[in-house]
Ligand binder design. Structure first.
Ligand code: UD1
Ligand code: CA
Length: 439
């Protein structure tokens, strides 16, 4: 734990280049808002005091699980001005501030920790830089004689400076004392009329402060200003997630499998092509997720088989060795060990016992237009195809439901229930119902 470092996370403003009603830093990468990736990375780096700078309309900042101290920047006058909005968070208890931008969703704890240790080794300011073949839009990190001399924003850069491919990530570690104090002296005499934190480099050098540059891979520090960059960040995130998953699980076609920030696959999970893991999914050892399945908020126990073409919605809990087959949707329902729902079914708000079997076309009618109700199917029960289980209803252990039943009353254990109109055969009545040329 690093009790002496303060993280200042900048997240004010709408992010106009995103052209969205949703604040930029709330756009998700891997199903998690960008700002939460950044807050988490700071805590992975061991930092436990976080100051978050937001604009006055940022209601979203109030209930973040990472619980940062929130500071409001009334007007967005630039990144230096934003840091100063949180200056009271920087107390004598802190030796450094780590400035992070809310639109750097791929930053990792170890990269932050690396920059931190450079400051602890003596630098007053550490700039985290990266190389990019296409530096468009980023501030350029200018070096003179092997030493950092300035960071130039693109709008203010000369053509020669624009040709520089060393870019500013935005992440900066600033030592408490003269270096942090110098932020207050930054002016806004530039093309945008903003207070640029990046000007700290030139001011600091003029005052004899020690500057350092630390390089990080592009994949760690990509900045997201528009939706194209958002898609790039997502692609990098997915590649990482696939590699992580393949440490223990088999992905038959990794490029076609999509993960969330919190997907957990146990050892020997086998994932077929075209599978989407929404947030909150855990898959147990040796389970198989077959092609074209979509899972979200679901748990799949060891050895279960899901899909192809299955949909597990939040609250689905598939027991060990259970089977969920094609065109089956499961929501807020548990399937016991070895239970089977193999074809074309909807199981919502239900508990299905161990080894129960729901036939093709079984539907839990869980909603009456106003309220939701629970369906219970006890262990070993067999529900014939195309049955409607009208909740609230319970089916006893080992009971048998005839195909096509509409079950509105509880069925005792071991009973046979048939809830449908009887078939009537009328001999020789077919010809009269046909057109003469029907044959
Ligand atoms: C910034 C850097 C640039 C760097 C790039 C990396 C400056 C002046 N420029 O440019 O050198 O290459 O990031 O991605 O720092 N913010 C506030 N209040 C403000 C202004 C910005 O909180 O008044 C926040 C934004 O929410 C954002 C972050 O600061 O999260 C960066 O601002 P942004 O406008 O995206 O800066 P860039 O133009 O990307
Ligand atoms: Ca940015």
């Amino acid at each position: 734990m690093d009790a002496k470092a303060l993280a200042i996370v900048l997240a004010a403003g709408k992010g106009t280049r995103m052209r969205s009603k949703l604040p930029k830093v709330m756009h998700p990468v891997g199903g998690l808002p960008m700002i939460r990736h950044v807050l988490k990375a700071s805590s992975d780096a061991g930092i436990d005091h976080r100051a978050l700078v937001v604009d006055p309309d940022a209601g979203w900042a109030q209930n973040l699980p990472e619980a940062p101290s929130v500071f409001v920047q009334a007007e967005q006058l630039g990144t230096a001005h934003a840091v100063l909005s949180a200056r009271t968070a920087m107390t004598d208890a802190h030796d450094v501030a780590v400035v992070l931008y809310g639109d750097n969703p791929l930053i990792s704890g170890s990269t932050i920790a690396g920059a931190l240790s450079r400051a602890r080794a003596g630098a007053d300011v550490v700039v985290l830089a990266f190389r990019s073949a296409d530096p468009t839009g980023y501030g350029r990190v200018l070096m003179t004689g092997g030493a950092l001399s300035a960071i130039r924003e693109e709008r203010d850069a000369t053509p020669a400076e624009r040709a520089v491919t060393l870019c500013n990530s935005g992440i900066m570690v600033v030592r408490n004392g003269p270096a942090f104090g110098a932020i207050a002296d930054i002016s806004n005499t530039n093309a945008k009329g903003e207070y640029y934190l990046t000007d700290l480099v030139e001011i600091g050098l003029a005052r004899g402060l020690k500057m350092a540059v630390e390089e990080a891979p592009l994949e760690d520090v990509i900045g997201v200003n528009d939706r194209e960059q958002l898609a790039q960040a997502e692609a990098i995130f997915q590649d990482r997630a696939r590699r992580n998953a393949m440490a223990v699980a088999t992905l038959e076609a990794p490029q076609t499998v999509f993960f969330s920030h919190d997907t957990e696959l146990a050892e020997d999970v086998y994932v077929e092509p075209q599978v989407v893991f929404g947030p909150g999914v855990r898959v147990g050892e040796g389970a198989r997720i077959r092609a074209f399945s979509h899972l979200e908020g679901a748990q799949v126990a060891a050895g279960a088989v899901v899909g192809p073409y299955a949909r597990l919605r939040p609250g689905a809990a598939i027991g060990s060795g259970a089977r969920v087959g094609n065109f089956v949707e499961i929501k807020n329902a548990e399937l016991g060990e070895g239970a089977k729902v193999n074809h074309l079914a909807y199981v919502g708000d239900a508990s299905i016992g161990a080894r129960a079997n729901l036939g093709a076309g079984t539907i839990t009618c869980n909603y009456d237009g106003k309220y939701k109700y629970h369906t219970e199917v006890a262990e070993g029960a067999f529900v014939g195809s195309n049955s409607a289980l009208v909740a609230p209803v319970s089916i006893g252990a080992r009971a048998y439901i005839g195909s096509g039943s509409v079950v509105t009353e509880d069925v005792p254990a071991d009973a046979l229930a048939i809830g449908r109109g009887r078939q009537v055969n009328k001999p020789d009545r077919s010809p009269a119902r046909r057109k003469p040329d029907d044959g």
